[in-house]
Design a protein around this ligand. Structure first.
Ligand SMILES: [Mn+2]
Length: 322
């Protein structure tokens, strides 16, 4: 049995999409999908080691999946691992083939695009926009001679798919990421999807615009020269929109770090932190210094920040980027 294990955001879904559309790859005759909301990254442990023969792992931190990976490798399961998050110690095994690059300007779909020699570059561009890697997306778009109008459509697509991945559980999402993957797999060319009336593209677009409109009224908790933090309501729409709203804030003030907080049922906060776009470092370290926190240098999060640590968190972020 082959398993495809992937993050439920644009980068994870589109990384798998490129691999499964490809003529260059040997395709599994059957595959079990394992995915979830964007924050759900401990996915590899859900693979059944007793029936797995091969596993493709995309866009989830190796560091957070090391134990499950070692178990699979010990059972001589072939693992193909592509990712751009923190790796921790990489197990040495001839069963493991990996493309790992933690450069702040690459993402899993761009790594897959390189691996496939640019076979589905337009999809990879959408994914890079979805992961908020504007410059890398634009560079690849120019290499592929896309017009600015085409670029902005791919950006919309990436942003909407990325937006669909945010929620406390898959119940918050418009589409389960596995279902969304299957819907997108029908389109070798993302522009066919974008141009189709009533497609999943236009459904996500309508939903996104409605949620973003509500987010404009968010409460500002802190704002100084280096850092702005806002709080959104504890409702499904806010949980869906928190990450993309953070990207929007970051793009509007590229020299500031931004945090978007939502209150959890247990009174802790879910935190999404973006480093300043002009200084993409430190977010992962800052979040990892609080319980349940982690992520990349440019974008990171804390799943449950206790209320009593809130001012500590604000102080350390403001100080770090001062
Ligand atoms: Mn990613």
């Amino acid at each position: 049995m082959h398993y495809d294990v992937f993050n439920g955001d644009a980068d994870g879904i589109i990384a798998l999409l490129q691999l499964r559309l490809s003529q260059k790859e040997q395709q599994p005759s059957e595959s079990t999908l394992i995915t979830g909301v964007k924050r759900d990254i401990s996915l590899l442990k859900e693979v059944d080691v007793n029936i797995a023969t091969s596993v493709t792992v995309l866009d989830i931190s190796l560091e957070k999946n090391t134990d499950a990976l070692i178990q699979l490798l010990e059972k001589e399961v072939n693992v193909f691992y592509v990712d751009h998050h923190r790796t921790g110690d990489i197990p040495q095994s001839k069963q493991l083939v990996s493309l790992l690059d933690t450069d702040a300007n690459t993402c899993t779909s761009l790594l897959v695009n390189n691996h496939l020699g640019g076979e589905f570059a337009t999809w990879a561009i959408a994914a890079a926009f979805g992961d908020n890697m504007q410059t890398s997306a634009e560079t690849l778009a120019e290499q592929n001679n896309l017009t600015l109008a085409q670029q902005s459509l791919l950006k919309e697509l990436g942003v909407y798919i990325n937006y669909n991945g945010y929620g406390r559980s898959v119940d918050d999402l418009h589409f389960h990421p596995g279902d969304l993957f299957h819907k997108l797999l029908k389109y070798e060319d993302p522009f066919d999807l974008i141009n189709e009336q009533g497609s999943v593209f236009s459904q996500l677009k309508d939903a996104y615009l409605a949620d973003m409109n509500k987010a404009k009224n968010a409460d500002v908790l802190v704002e100084n020269a280096n850092f702005k933090a806002v709080q959104l309501a504890d409702e499904a729409w806010a949980r869906r929109v928190s990450g993309v709203f953070g990207n929007d804030l970051a793009n509007a003030s590229p020299n500031k770090a931004h945090a978007v907080l939502t209150l959890n049922a247990d009174n802790s906060y879910t935190v999404s932190l973006r480093a300043p776009l002009s200084n993409k470092q430190g977010a992962g370290e800052l979040c990892a210094s609080f319980p349940t926190g982690g992520g990349r240098a440019a974008a990171a999060g804390i799943n449950a920040l206790p209320q009593e640590m809130l001012s500590d968190f604000f102080d350390s972020v403001s100080k770090y980027y001062a």
